[in-house]
Design a protein around this ligand. Structure first.
Ligand code: DPP
Ligand code: ZN
Length: 875
């Protein structure tokens, strides 16, 4: 099919005012009756356009127009839907179709998981339920009546409020739901099954009583307290931070084990992957708890940024996703620790989005064309989209941003908006001209920002020169300069922030300023600068760019003295990154690695923070990831990266051995479980310390790991130890993995951890073991979480063995993508990005990776979803 293009947008020919749905739920044959009231829209521009309804895999039984059955000569039924000619300007349309939820392994539309019914309609799943103009700018009021066997489906949920219920003469029961808010079809949801409901309540700031429900499989009801607490915190925070109140009397969350994404913001009925709801201290890590918090908040925040104000078309996806990620990041910063939360968000951005932007899959935050929109739920649309919103706020300030946000919501409420609508509201409230800024939405690629500084002692003047350049990306050979907000300050030789007067300012002052870099090269002159400064640039990571220009001494100075917590960590990481890149270069020359004493000293200084700020200490002590190092190499050398990290970790570990040993002891089992940053910090610090000890002293490390694995009261400690044991090909590893598997048999989410740990292991027998795990009785291609835990985790998270020079890792992942593609196209397509970095490797690996993509493309049965990704990755 030809790609869709942003500039070819055309308003819908027909609008739908109301949708009445009746579902006779049956796993093998569900009957869906839909009654639509339709109205021709003048905006479309063609007065007699036929009615075109999307539909996929639907067994059509009848069509009635204004109550009269339509003969087959009045409509055309094709693979993509139904076209009806000669329709009046206003009419009702009744259709009846049969679908088979239990055969829906794509998990898009209506499907069965564990015997219960669930839906997933974003982006284009509603057309797999009934014939409909399945595009987000068609917003309608819905009612849904669910009819089912009461023994099999005691619980019947849909969007909005329950308005009626009853029992039929044949014993089936039914419930009718009505959603008073107009919504696009992608936000439709139903859940029917035998789930346990946990209830709570929330009173909004204007006094509205909201009933909250979380619905899970029997046996999971002791794992929802955290999600419920997060939900209430998020509801309160959105009132306080954004003035947004919940707008229905009921808010439901249902958890499902088979789910293509993390969670879905359907109006009033969020559907969540169990992985993002269920948590108990012995089954979930601190990272799981934090992710649950953020995703519960994210989906809740969509109620306004996504549901009340939705997207005109899917090119605008970042309008809701970038903005909502920004909102969940702000929530995370406000409710935990702002600097730590920013560090974690930026790490994620760099690991996923920078990699995407650097390869053949690079695309703008607002893509200009797509074949399958499911392939654009990407780190660029989400995470870079959030950075773009953050830059808008940095440029115009918090107050104007909040006014602009309010204006955007008020003006676009109950409608489908564009990115221009959002930016226009910001412009109107701030007076700022965003024309150049719009390039952040249109141009792909991560700008390289380079600085040079020159201090003139006699004139007490510091000149900062900033240069930006962005490499070409597919389809965009030439880039215009971006408008880059650079939050910055000047640090003096004594470590204190210096006063300065930037050209044009009335007085000298100290503290963070925001420079606006507009040109490819620009100079900023600071006067009244008392001493030679080290510039602290991109404070709080004020723009998603790659900065260079500091020397090692400058980085060390900032790591010790910067007043911005994020920037202190950043300077330390950059210092460590360079030390590791030096080590990699030495290994490639066949030389020994000499560990920089200053790096060891910085780690010792971080250990001094272990008591007072353990979470920060853990982040400073964590060496840069393999993805960060790979990103900086012209030709990625996975073996040298691995070796450099291990050697450096061992060297630091040997010099600080006893301090690490003291930190990786058992957690105190009598201490109450707490998620405050210090408690979580101590747990993660224990894991980081254990990694150093194992590198420095394998025998002592193995003992400590076994002890931690056996005695840690939390999953964080136990899994941290297990992950390190899994890196060793030892009997201790085998025993720990077997014990873990036996203890958690039956808990699918913990089972995923067992698979993931082995998929990501560094142990020399990893390829054989991952191969064997693809045939393990617990492996199930139909369960996306399990596929991600084994195959995606291996491809994306095991740089060393996925990229093994033999090509076995590539072949294994390509084979599994081919297999999963026959079951679930979306999951197959999303895994293909592990091959997208092929141009960054040596010629032999390049050939092997290209060969894996070619093998996929040679399969005539490959889905359109996977084909689009493989073709783009191959280009
Ligand atoms: N819209 C969902 C989310 O990101 C994903 N489909 O919240
Ligand atoms: Zn979202």
């Amino acid at each position: 099919a030809a790609p869709r293009r942003l500039d070819e947008y055309r308003p819908p020919a027909f609008l739908v005012d109301t949708v009445d749905l009746i579902f006779d739920l049956d796993p093998a044959a569900t009957r869906v009756r839909a009654s639509l009231t339709l109205r021709r829209s003048a905006a479309h521009g063609i007065a007699d356009a036929p009615l075109e309804l999307d539909g996929e895999g639907l067994d059509l039984r009848s069509v009635l127009l204004d109550g009269e059955a339509l003969g087959a000569n009045r409509y055309a039924l094709g693979a993509h839907g139904l076209v009806i000619r000669d329709v009046p300007d206003e009419f009702t349309l009744d259709t009846e179709v049969i679908i088979a939820p239990e055969r829906n392994s794509e998990l898009s539309g209506l499907y069965v998981s564990g015997g219960d019914f669930f839906t997933q309609c974003e982006a284009e799943g509603f057309r797999r339920i009934t014939f409909f103009p399945d595009r987000p700018d068609v917003m309608a009021r819905y009612t849904a009546t669910l009819i089912a066997d009461p023994a099999r489906c005691p619980l019947l949920l849909s969007n909005g409020n329950p308005v009626d219920r009853g029992t039929l003469p044949d014993g089936r029961h039914w419930a009718k739901w009505e959603d008073p808010h107009p919504k696009p079809s992608y936000l439709f949801a139903l859940v029917a099954g035998d789930l346990v409901s946990v209830h709570d309540a929330f009173v909004t700031r204007s006094g509205r009583q909201v009933q909250l429900g979380i619905h899970v499989r029997r046996g999971d009801e002791d794992k929802v307290d955290h999600a419920m607490a997060c939900l209430k915190r998020a509801m309160r925070w959105d009132e306080e931070a954004f003035g947004l109140e919940y707008d229905l009397d009921i808010f439901n969350i249902a958890a499902v084990s088979d789910f293509n994404m993390g969670a879905m913001e359907n109006k009033g009925l969020n559907i969540f992957n169990t992985a993002l709801v269920l948590a108990r201290p012995d089954t979930a890590t601190d990272a799981d708890y934090q992710r649950i918090d953020r995703v519960i908040a994210h989906e809740y925040f969509h109620n306004w940024t996504g549901d009340r104000v939705t997207c005109r078309d899917w090119f605008q996806l970042s309008l809701k996703e970038g903005l909502t990620v920004f909102r969940d990041q702000e929530y995370g910063a406000a409710t935990t620790d702002a600097a730590l939360s920013r560090i974690d968000d930026v790490k994620m951005l760099r690991a996923r989005q920078f990699a995407e932007d650097a390869g053949p899959l690079a695309h703008p935050v607002r893509p200009a064309a797509y074949r399958k929109i499911d392939n654009f739920y990407t780190a660029t649309v989400y995470e870079k989209g959030a950075e773009v919103v953050r830059m808008i706020r940095t440029i115009i300030g918090h107050e104007a941003f909040r006014r602009g946000f309010d204006r955007y919501i008020a003006r676009n409420d109950n409608s489908a908006a564009t990115i221009e609508d959002f930016v226009a509201a910001m412009r109107e409230e701030s007076g700022f001209d965003f024309s150049q800024f719009m390039r952040w939405y249109e141009q792909a690629g991560t700008p390289q920002l380079r600085f040079e500084g020159e201090y003139d002692a006699a004139a007490r003047c510091y000149t900062l020169t900033l240069r930006q350049v962005t490499a070409p990306t597919p389809g965009q050979a030439h880039k215009e300069p971006f408008l880059i907000p650079v939050a910055m300050g000047l640090i003096g030789p004594d470590g204190a922030e210096l006063e300065a007067r930037l050209e044009g300012e009335a007085d000298a002052h100290r503290g963070t300023r925001v420079l606006l870099l507009r040109a490819a090269e620009q100079r900023f002159v600071f006067e009244e600068v008392a001493a030679p400064p080290v510039p602290s640039l991109l404070r709080g990571f004020s723009a998603p760019v790659k900065l260079s220009g500091h020397d090692a001494a400058g980085l060390a100075h900032l790591a010790a003295h910067d007043t911005d917590g994020f920037s202190r960590w950043e300077a330390g990481q950059e210092y460590a990154t360079r030390a590791l890149l030096d080590a990699i270069a030495a290994l490639q020359r066949g030389e020994a690695v000499a560990t920089d004493p200053a790096l060891v000293a910085a780690m010792a200084a971080a250990l001094d923070l272990a008591q007072e700020a353990p979470a920060l200490a853990a982040r400073i002590l964590s060496l840069p990831g393999k993805d960060v190092l790979a990103d900086r190499m012209a030709v990625i050398d996975p073996d040298a990266i691995h070796e450099a990290l291990e050697t450096t970790r061992a060297a630091i570990g040997r010099q600080l051995r006893d301090r690490f040993a003291a930190l990786c002891g058992a957690e105190d089992p009598s201490a109450p479980f707490s998620l405050d940053p210090a408690s979580m910090g101590r747990r993660v610090l224990g894991n980081v310390a254990l990694a150093y000890l194992m590198a420095a002293d394998p025998a002592a490390g193995l003992d400590a790991a076994q002890r931690r694995f056996e005695t840690a009261p939390t999953m964080t400690g136990r899994l941290g130890a297990l992950a390190l044991l899994a890196d060793t090909a030892t009997p201790a590893r085998d025993a720990a993995l077997a014990a873990f598997h036996a203890r958690w048999r039956g808990d699918a989410l913990v089972g995923d951890k067992w698979f993931r740990i082995q998929a990501m292991a560094a142990a020399p027998d990893t390829l054989d073991r991952v191969e064997a795990l693809t045939r393990h009785a617990d492996f199930d291609l139909r369960n996306p979480n399990r596929f991600r835990a084994l195959v995606q985790a291996f491809g994306a998270g095991n740089q060393r063995w996925f990229h093994d020079a033999s090509g076995r890792g590539y072949a294994l992942v390509a084979r599994m993508i081919g297999e999963v593609d026959r079951v679930n196209r979306q999951i197959a397509a999303r895994c293909i990005d592990v091959f997208a970095s092929w141009q960054r490797f040596d010629p032999a690996r390049q050939a092997l990776m290209r060969g894996a993509l070619d093998a996929l493309l040679a399969d005539p049965a490959l889905s359109a979803n996977a084909r689009e990704m493989a073709e783009r990755a191959r280009a």
